[in-house]
Unconditional design. Sequence first.
Length: 79
Amino acid sequence: MDKFYSYTDFLRAIGHTSRENNAEKLLNEIYLDLFLQRLQREHRLETLMHLIDEALCERDKEQFMVYTKEYMELQQDEY
């Protein structure tokens, strides 16, 4: 995550006078960040699959290994 949200930040947002509004804004920001990160990750996985296919077609073992390694790391980070 590019931004770090803590439970403390969330409680601070709730503790203010317009607590519902601040808490809602914070949650919306968190969900938006998570959604955008998910989209970026999925796009990178698709790009890597294309690059892996190209490396296979060109019989470029070095590039195949680089792209495959990154793809596997991204897959493992999901879980």
